[in-house]
Design a protein around this ligand. Structure first.
Ligand SMILES: [Zn+2]
Length: 229
C-alpha cells in the first residue's frame, strides 16, 4: 500500500506494510524520502512523525545549501569556490579583448573577463566551466562501469537540480547529473553515476538495489557522507 504526502515542501513516499514501527529513510542521491509504517497507522500520525524529523530530513537531503551560498557570491577576487572538493580562491583578471575563460591553478580559479563584465555573466561563465568539467569526467565513468555492470547508458546530461544529485530514465537509459557535483570530491560523482546506473538493473531502492550497490561500490556510504558535507 503506497501513498504520498508533502511536509514542509518535501514529498514523502509512504508504504504501509506488515511491520511494527514507523521507519524513515532519506536517499540524498535522488532526493527521495520514504516512510514505512504498519497498515493501521493513521495519516495524521505519519505527518506528525515526518514533521518532527523535518530538520533531520532537510539536513540529509542537503537541500538548497549550495544555492544559498551561490546566491551571495559576487564572483570577485578573493572569494572561495569549491572545485572537485577543494576550495579555490577566485582571481578575476580583466582585459579588453579576447575570450572569456576560467583557468584552474593549484589554489586559484582564474577568471579572465573583459572589463565591466556583470556578476550574472561571471556566474554563468563559472557554471559553464563546471559543466565542462563534468562533461569531461562523466563519459569516463560510464565507460568504466558499463562493462562491469553489464548495462548501457544511451545518453547523459548535466543540469541544475535543486532536490536531487542524479536521476535515471530507465526506459531511455538516460541519466542526468547535478551540476553541483563538480564542487564535490570526485568520488561523489562516481557514487552518483553508479547509483543511477544500478537503477538500470533495479528500479526501486529495494534490498536488491543495495545488494548491487554494496557489490559494485562497497564504500558507497562513505562517498554519500562526503556528498552531504
Ligand atoms: Zn535512486
Amino acid at each position: 500500500m503506497k501513498s504520498r504526502l508533502t511536509v514542509a515542501g518535501i514529498t514523502i513516499d509512504v508504504t504501509r506494510k506488515d511491520i511494527k514501527n514507523i521507519n524513515l529513510r532519506v536517499y540524498p542521491a535522488d532526493g527521495k524520502v520514504a516512510i514505512s509504517c504498519p497498515y493501521r497507522t493513521k495519516p495524521a500520525k505519519v505527518i506528525d512523525f515526518a514533521t518532527e524529523k523535518i530538520s533531520w530530513i532537510k539536513k540529509h537531503l542537503d537541500r538548497g545549501k549550495h544555492y544559498k551560498r551561490s546566491e551571495i557570491n559576487k564572483f570577485i577576487t578573493g572569494e572561495k569556490h569549491p572545485v572537485w572538493g577543494v576550495e579555490k580562491e577566485l582571481r578575476v583578471i580583466h582585459f579588453q579583448n579576447g575570450r572569456q575563460v576560467f583557468l584552474i591553478g593549484n589554489n586559484t580559479l582564474n577568471l579572465c573577463v573583459k572589463t565591466g563584465t556583470q556578476i550574472h555573466h561571471r556566474k554563468k561563465l563559472l557554471q559553464e566551466w563546471y559543466r565542462a568539467e563534468l562533461k569531461r569526467e562523466i563519459p569516463l565513468l560510464i565507460s568504466k562501469w558499463e562493462p562491469v555492470m553489464g548495462v548501457t547508458v544511451n545518453e547523459f546530461g548535466v543540469k541544475r537540480m535543486r532536490t536531487r544529485w542524479g536521476t535515471c530514465n530507465i526506459r531511455d537509459k538516460r541519466i542526468w547529473l547535478n551540476l553541483e557535483l563538480a564542487k564535490k570530491d570526485p568520488v561523489c560523482l562516481e557514487f552518483i553515476v553508479v547509483h543511477e546506473m544500478v537503477h538500470l538493473l533495479e528500479r526501486l531502492h529495494s534490498k536488491r538495489f543495495y545488494y548491487l550497490m554494496d557489490h559494485f561500490l562497497p564504500d558507497w556510504m562513505e562517498r554519500e557522507k562526503l556528498l552531504v558535507l
